[in-house]
Ligand binder design. Sequence first.
Ligand code: HEM
Length: 127
Amino acid sequence: MLKNIHIFSALISFTLFFIRGLWVMRGSAMMQQKWVRIVPHINDTILLGTAIALTISIGQYPFVDAWLTVKLFALVAYICLGIEALHLAKTHIGRSVAWLSALIVFLFIVSVALTKAPFGFLYSYMV
Ligand code: HEM
């Protein structure tokens, strides 16, 4: 149940971030909508809350288990790149690069979650 909520909110996070990136790059007025400003924060709180609950329920923790340490740092990278893409970057190329990088980091996090290995989909390049 907890894991399903976690996965579902990860999916919502990805979808909302993907769409908001397109809206920002087109200069869409959708970014001014109240729900667009609120829902992502509520969803990200659920994602992090279920992440914490899951670590407790499986007894594995960041700074103890490498794959969770990587997940945590990659989440911070995803958030920073997201802020850059949606709010800080001044040029179109800057926004696009930050947006694409954030999407790649997100997919990396999913691969770390599925493999429970710190390198995730990068594993084949590491051996
Ligand atoms: C964007 C951020 C995140 C995404 C996309 C994500 C994605 C996922 C996915 C897809 C799973 C299911 C894996 C499976 O089928 O076994 C999962 C499970 C899990 N995630 Fe996350 N996650 C994120 C952030 C985090 C963070 C920050 C933590 C904690 C540091 C965390 C802790 C866990 C735990 C403990 C599980 C359960 C693993 C198990 O049941 O064995 N997640 N996550």
